[in-house]
Design a protein around this ligand. Structure first.
Ligand code: ADP
Ligand code: ZN
Length: 734
């Protein structure tokens, strides 16, 4: 008897619609959430059975589901609902959100296998070499090993192993990796102090069901210890937990701490994992064999079958916002996933975002506060240096007071951090003869000068050893010897500092001090970062010159002085969160000082010492600053009191982009409670050769902004050559 075919809807990781109807043959035992392979055009695509068929295509014309992936547990219902919700909220297609969740489709379609090598009886007349000898000796004492391990332990190359296989001395076996059992927990908890214990108890109180807790406390107060307590409770109940950290920068110290505390290493999830690691991790999570995953925002989209807790550490951090593809804020999505899973969510920060503070004030989030640094460590003393009064030459950037403090710090054999959130040597290179400035050929941006060596610091730059880079699109060129405009030679001047230039200045002031630059382009891999962090923590570096990579989370016991080179950076420009962000960043970076028992000192160089942000940092009246900022947001109808959505219209054709942007604005439905601003050319008007226009939609908090946008955008036809991105809750205004 032929198979009966049942129509079902299958969601595919493609940018279209709500999924497609397929016919499910009777013999394929799929349920909602099952991973299946279906034909799409000429391809075979992995998808997830989503629910009932839409019925748009007659039953007899449906193409059949071809394969069921039987060894992966179906995607849990809560996760499927979360995907649907997130697609609606972020204004993307469910297929695109599913794509985030199927991070490594091969994890599902081709289970990870391992090729192992085993010794056979020695074939007669086998020519031996020292390397062959070592390999065979190693395998004599072990059962079987994988190639990389043999290579590592004997120094032999892959060719040696292959040679032994073809000579019949070794045999190769392929083993499909079964999911491993979750590791046993063996905890060695810290003894919490009173304030920490109260916080932990408060969180323990109702950890059944959805509940968001803001865990607030200055850097070093023990927030991590407190949420470790909640994690323990979760793991002991045989549930899984996710900890999100804003950047892999933070994970190395965290991982060690976790390992020591729980007796097994956490599973990592971030973009630098190899495909094999991703496959293994994805499957381990799906099978419930990974009790704790720590990672970047994408960890939120792993298929946990029994999720019990989500922690978002440094919840205020801007890097939680995903700025391409599906535009989402991982902190908000974490709360949403927690809601769909009906589990607790902890948001931890020393400087909570105003959005989170407002939710706490509205009573939507519970607020738990740690008052002081652990173990009596004091908060650093913060002072301002008025740069308008400095008499140093314009090519130098360390004020007299900062130099003196640096000297004294080095004298005491303590460490210093010079903080400047700008990579490279100088943000602009110009010709002093004609005023020519180097700009990116495809972006509205100056090219940033990067030096190969850091020993040049006079005006007369040896620029032809340097590179000019666009920090937006990655374009690079060598700095020429002659000006492309007036042909004058060696007349270039570097304007303003980046970390490389500060490093050069520090090196010439303190030639015997060991310095290290910590920025995302000098530190390229997690391993490199780990090494650098270790070196700093162990005191093998005297002066660190760092970008925001240094501002977060790390614990450096010997660090006692922090010099903020340009406190005003970030205060200018049209970002409505400029004040909040600058304050958070400077407060966080200040928190790196004085954690190891030595008192910390922070010097902030500024040209606006009377700016509220500077006054708050120096005077310690942070609450007042946040109150003022909240008031001004309220008055302006800005988040957290109003909602924003940005429309970004991009086109390669300048005229067309503008015309479409204007037409779109003209068609905005008129509503009393909705304001549409723009269109205006984006501050980054050209990016990678695209011309960009922006519109900003502002509504009250209660309004259904998605519905408004849907109505609007459905009514306007978008030319194929124009991209229109919708950014709900935008964080970037470039
Ligand atoms: P936060 O997450 O608030 O920045 P941490 O949890 O990292 O703070 O704690 C700061 C430092 O103090 C860490 O080195 C941590 O090991 C230590 N610490 C905090 N609480 C305790 C405790 N109860 N017992 C022992 N050490 C603690
Ligand atoms: Zn560019």
């Amino acid at each position: 008897m032929p198979d009966r075919l049942n129509p079902v809807r299958v969601l595919l990781p493609v940018n279209a619609g709500l999924g497609f109807d397929y016919a499910l043959p009777d013999h394929i035992l799929a349920v909602p959430g099952s991973y299946v392979i279906v034909p799409l055009g000429k391809r075979s695509v992995l998808g997830v059975v989503w629910g009932e068929a839409s019925g748009e295509i007659p039953k007899e014309r449906l193409r059949p589901v071809t394969v069921l992936c039987p060894d992966i547990p179906p995607m849990p219902e809560a996760m499927r609902r979360f995907i649907d919700w997130m697609a609606h909220y972020t204004f993307s297609s469910p297929g695109n959100v599913l794509k985030l969740c199927l991070g490594v489709p091969k994890a599902i379609t081709s289970p990870p296998a391992e090729i192992r090598y085993q010794l056979l009886p020695l074939p007669e007349g086998l020519p031996m070499t020292p390397q062959r000898n070592r390999v065979m000796k190693l395998l004599k004492d072990t059962d079987s090993l994988i190639a990389s391990e043999i290579m590592e332990r004997t120094g032999a190359g892959k060719g040696v192993i292959d040679g032994l296989v073809s000579a019949g001395a070794l045999i190769k076996t392929t083993i499909t990796l079964a999911p491993t059992l979750p590791p046993p927990i063996c905890t060695s908890p810290a003894r919490l102090n009173t304030s920490q214990q109260q916080a932990a108890d408060a969180i323990r109180q109702d950890t059944n069901g959805f509940c968001v807790t803001l865990l607030e406390g200055v850097t070093g107060s023990g927030k991590t210890e407190v949420y470790f307590d909640t994690i323990e409770q979760t793991l002991c109940a045989d549930k899984q937990a996710i900890v999100l950290l804003p950047e892999i920068a933070l994970t190395s110290q965290w991982v060690e701490r976790f390992h020591r505390r729980f007796g097994f290493p956490p599973v990592l999830w971030h973009s630098s994992l190899s495909e094999a690691e991703r496959k293994r991790t994805w499957r381990a999570v799906a099978h419930g064999a990974a009790p704790l995953v720590v990672g970047a925002r994408s960890a939120l989209f792993l298929p946990f079958p029994a999720l019990g807790l989500i922690v978002v550490d440094e919840e205020h951090d801007g890097s939680y916002k995903q700025e391409d593809g599906v535009l989402y804020h991982a902190r908000d999505m974490a709360v949403a996933r927690g809601w769909h899973e009906d589990i607790p969510v902890i948001l931890a920060s020393a400087t909570p975002s105003l959005e989170t503070l407002a939710n706490a004030e509205r009573g939507k989030y519970r607020r738990v506060h740690l008052e002081a640094r652990y173990g009596g460590a004091s908060m650093p003393d913060i002072a301002l240096i008025d740069m308008r009064r400095e008499k140093i030459p314009s090519s130098e950037f360390l004020s007299t007071e900062l130099r003196e403090s640096l000297a004294a710090t080095l004298e005491r054999r303590e460490q210093a951090l010079l903080f400047l959130n700008r990579r490279g040597y100088a943000p602009l290179l110009l010709c002093r003869a004609c005023g020519y400035r180097f700009a990116c050929p495809s972006c509205t941006a100056w090219l940033v000068l990067h030096q190969k060596s850091d020993n040049t610091r006079n005006e007369q730059l040896a620029t032809h050893h340097s590179q000019l880079q666009c920090h937006h699109c990655g374009y690079t060129q060598r700095a020429p010897k002659a000006c492309p405009s007036c042909e004058a030679e060696d007349k270039f001047a570097a304007c303003g500092p980046g970390v490389e230039r500060i490093a050069a200045e520090a090196a010439s002031l303190f030639p015997s001090a060991r310095h290290m630059i910590l920025a995302s382009d000098t530190i390229k891999t997690p391993a490199q970062l780990h090494e650098s962090i270790e070196a700093i923590a162990a005191g093998r570096v005297d002066i660190v010159i760092g970008t925001q990579l240094m501002a977060k989370g790390h614990h450096f016991p010997g660090l006692s002085l922090i010099g903020v080179i340009d406190g005003d950076l970030g205060l200018s420009g049209g970002d409505p969160r400029a004040i909040e962000r600058t304050w958070q960043m400077l407060h966080q970076v200040s928190g790196r000082a004085g954690r190891g028992g030595i008192p910390g000192r922070v010097l902030i160089q500024t040209c606006q010492p009377e700016h509220p942000v500077m006054r708050a940092l120096a005077g310690g009246d942070n609450e007042r600053l946040l109150e003022l900022e909240l008031e001004s947001r309220k008055a302006g109808g800005l988040p957290p009191f109003g909602r924003l959505a940005a429309l970004i219209i991009e086109g390669r054709d300048e005229k067309m982009a503008e015309t479409v942007a204007r037409k779109l604005a003209a068609h905005a439905p008129r509503r009393e409670d909705v304001r549409v601003l723009g269109p205006a050319p984006a501050p980054l008007y050209r990016l990678r050769g695209w011309f960009r226009w922006r519109l900003l939609v502002m509504t009250p908090r209660q309004a259904d902004i998605q519905r408004y946008l849907r109505e609007w955008l459905d009514a306007v036809e978008m030319p194929r050559l124009i991209k229109c991105k919708v950014d709900i809750d935008p964080m970037s205004f470039m």
